[in-house]
Write a protein that binds this ligand. Structure first.
Ligand SMILES: Nc1ncnc2c1ncn2[C@@H]1O[C@H](COP(=O)(O)OP(=O)(O)O)[C@@H](O)[C@H]1O
Ligand SMILES: [Mg+2]
Length: 252
């Protein structure tokens, strides 16, 4: 479980998150949704300790993030931020291999190489493994960063808008892979999703953020209602059904 208690956050004196208290259940796929600027990335970055906590407490799988050494925390959770720096003179396979660093600390063993190979295979990156990162398309680079986070092989995986730059088929493949991590390996996944239908189709649990506050949270059927989504996005939104799950429509 990821437990977030009374977390508030300001940037340059402007309040960004207001007294957030919530839980992300273990062994489940949680989607964070909400309009641009809602605070989704800020919340995920605080959990992933990419940003220092100003107020409140966060624990990940029982580890208080304010009191856990970085190398230990990196064995518990992997985070892929929304903006990924592309180290251009790095080959794709070298980037993915960095995901193993918290485990081997500079002395990779056979098991580390196996994790890297598996992550490269999983994201169909084999033919690109020897390319430099600046020789890849946006979607290919995005998949390489996701593969690096997978290779880290942690109890929790945090991804901020991982579907950016991915076509429908790669987006679907990624969501299916995240489901497999949850269903077959009991991992916890937290993912910021821009397109709510991916949350409708794949998430177990949804947290809807607006203006730095939680507007709703719960199962997709409970959160993805016309009333809630229309208030969340300040736009008229219809919700139909497809294969027993909500289907969000915004073409009106
Ligand atoms: N470095 C920054 N400086 C000033 N404001 C920021 C900074 N980063 C984020 N913000 C502001 O914080 C709010 C929440 O941003 P963010 O967490 O990125 O939202 P989301 O991911 O939901 O789109 C936004 O209003 C954004 O403008
Ligand atoms: Mg964001």
């Amino acid at each position: 479980m990821i437990e977030i208690r009374a977390v508030s956050h300001q940037i340059a004196g402007t309040p960004i998150l207001h007294d957030i208290t919530t839980r992300l259940p273990e062994g489940r796929l949680t989607a964070l949704i909400g309009p641009n600027g809602a605070g989704k990335s800020t919340l995920l970055r605080l959990v992933g300790r990419l940003e220092p906590l100003q107020a409140g407490r966060i624990s990940v799988a029982g580890h208080d993030i304010a009191a856990t050494p970085t190398d230990r925390l990196a064995q518990v959770m992997a985070i892929l931020g929304q903006q990924t720096l592309i180290a251009s003179r790095l080959r794709l396979a070298e980037l993915v291999a960095f995901g193993r660093w918290p485990h081997h600390k500079g002395r990779p063993k056979a098991a580390d190489r196996a994790h890297v190979d598996e992550a490269i295979r999983t994201f169909a990156l084999g033919p690109l493994a020897h390319r430099f990162m600046d020789e890849l398309s946006g979607g290919q680079a995005q998949r390489a960063h996701i593969a690096m986070a997978f290779a880290q092989d942690t109890e929790w995986l945090l991804l901020d808008e991982p579907l950016n730059n991915l076509d429908m088929s790669h987006a679907r493949a990624l969501m299916a892979r995240l489901r497999a991590l949850v269903d077959q390996q009991g991992r916890g996944v937290a993912v910021v999703l821009h397109e709510v239908n991916y949350a409708a189709a794949w998430a177990d649990h949804i947290i809807a953020l607006k203006d730095g506050r939680i507007l709703a949270e719960g199962a997709p059927d409970a959160v993805l209602t016309e009333d809630l989504l229309s208030r969340l996005y300040d736009a008229p939104i219809a919700v139909g059904r497809h294969q027993g799950r909500p289907l969000v429509l915004h073409h009106a």
